[in-house]
Design a protein around this ligand. Structure first.
Ligand code: 13P
Length: 214
């Protein structure tokens, strides 16, 4: 793997934070982004900050066991970021946002919480895959990090009940792209509403999973 330069990772977090804010996927002080560095420490957005107005210097650097090494006080969700990295050696970046449609899905009652968005489009299946709903815990609760750790063993995208999605990927650009796909599927889900929907069949989903393994 190409080494990750810390200054470039900081600049990327600033750039994607602004982009997500401009696209209205991030609002107020909600959401957090992180990138894993080669030594296992992470750069994560500070707590209570707007993703639209970050500076490279303020970004928090946190050790794998959660100690602040430099920068502003880190996101209260740093622990679930670290839990995902611990379970997914291939993950290099994480996006967690409170985007409107995905959060709306997280507030619905679901009979089957193992996958809460139906296979409406190929791109959702290819990019997001199965999206489990995890139980509600207050933001920052260490039990939330434990639940995320367990789900991250088998999923790169999970949805926190009454809260929002967490997406991990090799790079921040890829995590943002997957997050956007998830939000668009959630939007489609409400757009089609109760009308009869022609979903992809099990065979079609299996074919996509085999051809585009995440
Ligand atoms: P932080 O401001 O601590 O990152 O928390 C925001 C958030 O999205 C909580 O889930």
């Amino acid at each position: 793997m190409t080494p990750i330069r810390e200054d470039e990772a900081r600049a990327e977090i600033v750039r994607y934070g602004a982009l997500l804010y401009e696209r209205r996927l991030a609002h107020g002080s909600a959401g957090n982004l992180s990138v894993r560095l080669d030594d296992g420490s992470i750069l994560v957005t500070p707590t209570n900050c707007s993703l639209g107005a970050l500076t490279p210097e303020q970004i928090s650097k946190v050790s794998p066991d959660g100690i602040l090494l430099s920068g502003d006080p880190p996101s209260k969700e740093s622990f679930f970021h670290l839990a995902v990295y611990a379970e997914r050696p291939q993950a290099g970046a994480i996006v967690h946002l409170h985007s409107t449609h995905a959060v709306a899905v997280s507030c619905l009652c679901h009979d089957d919480t193992s996958n809460v968005l139906p296979p409406m489009t190929a791109y959702h299946v290819m990019r997001v895959g199965k999206l489990p709903l995890l139980p509600y815990y207050r933001p920052g609760d260490r039990r939330l990090a434990d639940a995320v750790r367990e789900a991250a063993k088998n999923h790169h995208a999970v949805l926190l009940a009454n809260h929002g999605p967490i997406v991990s990927a090799k790079s921040l650009g890829e995590a943002v792209s997957i997050y956007e796909e998830l939000e668009e599927t959630a939007k489609l889900f409400f757009l089609v509403g109760n009308r009869p929907v022609s979903l992809l069949t099990c065979d079609e989903v299996t074919e996509l999973e085999a051809a585009f393994r995440n």
